[in-house]
Design a protein around this ligand. Structure first.
Ligand code: GLN
Length: 566
């Protein structure tokens, strides 16, 4: 077939346009495409990452990709209170929080190849158009834009060496924004040939309280929409509050040509970490292996070992013997999604300490020196997380002072690190006009200021220090000890301001220890108070929550929770 060779350029001789990466063989890599129907917010990322994890457990190399409908080139300019936290990858890419779910579930670092937006796709197409790559042809949604989408998926497969690529299409089937992604996956499925692309539809089973029973119609209609677009699902996951009844699963099966054993009840669970076990139990992993013809590549021994290790973790998550309460300060603190990684890191650290961690959100806008002990009453530890702007910072500083003076375990993250420096400068070094220039541009003692090398760069989204960096740990400090005696540790950053090196000596003379620094530059990355002065007072310019994994909890969080439990 003509189609089965790479057509990198549209010419007058052919209508085909199938740009394949160098050395790519059609039908060799497997793809799992995951779509959402009926409503958004179904947990496609959780489903897809859990299934990917089960494939990885079997010894298969996997790589996920999230296809976002929005036009932004990355998630860096998105408001976290509207869209959830901005998740920063090691290579500095600012992505949707779902990439965090994938990194945690798979215990695998991802790159910018694992994240695409409509904006990026159009950007590449327009660049190619300007470069004359389309040889005088009118550039069209099909085949050029869809061709670009397929190219990205195949490039990901080549670069990551994945045997199975998990493609999560953002939004809901029927959205305007993601229609070309759905079309691209239809084309991909045809081109790669039978048994290469499995289509998964997530749907929602309603259960109106007035009726007292589950209804499948919305789910049927949602999946029908996908079928109208030329994609017959191979597997269906039904989100629901309660386990989906056999009757409803049968109905969905009848209307969609999907056998019952591939219609899965994905009902609410006490923890998302229970989902992989639930899927395994329902046989979903073996159904996927069968669909993609991967039986010969499964390593059953590795699979059993991974399952046992995971079960040990989930037992600790759901059956902890101790409990502790950690306060997290921040604005609009009702939105847990804007601090998703911190919540997750506390979960992992709790499991490591056999403790359930209860989180209390503290809005610091009304907090001051007078009411701070009231605001922090009943807490076993506090976190001041990352943030931007002035709002609530005075309250945060009051909280940090209270924690420092009263032996309350403290972990400062990014802005929480900077505020700890300001607090120490003001109240211990007696530098009354100490502040961050982000808050008071013309303050007397700018202990936190814009990075010198960043000063020239202008424009939102382009002037932050982003991504993974090595941090050199000072021997004999808690930081060095908690990372197992390693001399350097890799952490992820997203900031614009830093500690002004001119104040470092003064702060250290007053007892603050900078235990982590940039390997060559005078950039302060971790601070701490000695263990004989405070049970746990540690802060970092990095975002340690981004690299916490269920089976490899991040040490700063583990120590914070341990100190809080004590
Ligand atoms: N606003 C501070 C800065 O830009 C902290 C950033 C953050 O907490 N992510 O440096």
């Amino acid at each position: 077939m003509d189609l089965l060779r790479s057509v990198r350029q549209t010419t007058d001789e052919t209508e085909f346009y199938t740009p394949l990466p160098e050395g790519y063989q059609l039908g060799r890599v497997k793809y799992v495409a995951v779509f959402g129907t009926v409503i958004s917010g179904l947990g496609k990322g959780i489903f897809s990452s859990s299934l990917a994890k089960l494939m990885k457990d079997k010894g298969l190399a996997v790589s996920p990709i999230k296809l976002e409908g929005y036009l932004n080139l990355d998630a860096g300019t998105l408001n976290p209170y509207r869209h959830g936290e901005v998740f920063v990858l090691d290579d500095g890419m600012e992505t949707d929080m779902d990439l965090g779910t994938y990194e945690r579930m798979l215990d695998q670092d991802l790159t910018r190849d694992n994240f695409a937006t409509s904006g990026q796709v159009y950007h590449s197409v327009l660049e190619k158009e300007r470069a004359g790559d389309y040889l005088g042809r009118d550039v069209q949604m099909i085949p050029h834009v869809t061709g670009e989408v397929k190219l990205r998926l195949r490039e990901l497969a080549m670069r990551s060496g994945a045997e199975v690529v998990f493609v999560e299409v953002g939004g809901t089937v029927g959205d305007f924004e993601n229609a070309f992604y759905i079309e691209a996956l239809r084309e991909l499925r045809y081109e790669e040939g039978p048994g290469s692309v499995a289509v998964v539809a997530l749907t929602y089973v309603l259960s109106p309280p007035a009726l007292g029973e589950q209804k499948s119609k919305a789910a049927q209609l949602g999946i029908k929409r996908l079928m109208e677009l030329g994609l017959q699902p191979d597997l269906i996951a039904c989100r629901a509050e309660q386990p989906v009844t056999d009757k409803v699963r049968q109905k969905i099966s009848v209307y969609t040509n999907v056998p019952m054993r591939r219609v899965f009840s994905m009902h609410d669970l006490p923890s998302i970490y229970l989902l992989p076990e639930q899927m395994r139990h329902a046989g979903l992993d073996s159904e996927m292996v069968q669909l993609l013809g991967l039986g010969g590549q499964v390593n059953s021994l590795a699979d059993a070992r991974a399952a046992a290790g995971w079960q040990e973790f989930t037992t600790r998550i759901t059956g902890a013997n101790k409990s502790t309460t950690i306060g997290i300060t921040g604005k609009y603190t009702t939105l847990r999604d804007s601090y998703a990684s911190i919540v997750k890191a506390l979960e992992h650290a709790g499991a490591a300490n056999d403790a359930r961690v209860d989180i209390k959100w503290i809005d610091t806008t009304g907090v001051d020196e007078l009411n701070v002990s009231e605001a922090l009453a009943g807490l076993d530890g506090i976190i001041v997380p990352g943030g931007f702007g002035v709002r609530g910072t005075a309250g945060k500083i009051a909280c940090i002072r209270h924690a420092r003076e009263n032996g309350l375990p403290y972990l400062g993250i990014c802005l929480g690190f900077q505020m700890a420096v300001v607090e120490y400068a003001r109240n211990v070094c007696r530098l009354e006009g100490a502040d961050s220039t982000e808050i008071t541009p013309d303050c007397e003692h700018p202990v936190v200021d814009v990075l010198p090398e960043q000063k020239e760069i202008e424009g939102l989204g382009g002037n932050m220090r982003l991504g993974g960096q090595d941090v050199t740990l000072a021997a004999g400090t808690q930081a060095a000890e908690m990372f197992g005696g390693d001399k350097t540790v890799r952490m992820r950053f997203r900031h614009r301001y830093e500690v002004d090196p001119r104040y470092v000596e003064r702060l250290e003379q007053a007892g603050l220890i900078f235990s982590g620094r940039h390997p060559t530059q005078p950039i302060m990355q971790i601070l701490e108070l000695p263990a004989d002065v405070h049970p746990f007072f540690v802060a970092t310019q990095a975002h340690p929550c981004l690299t916490s994994r269920p089976l490899r909890p991040q040490p700063m969080f583990v120590r914070l929770v341990a100190a809080a439990v004590r």
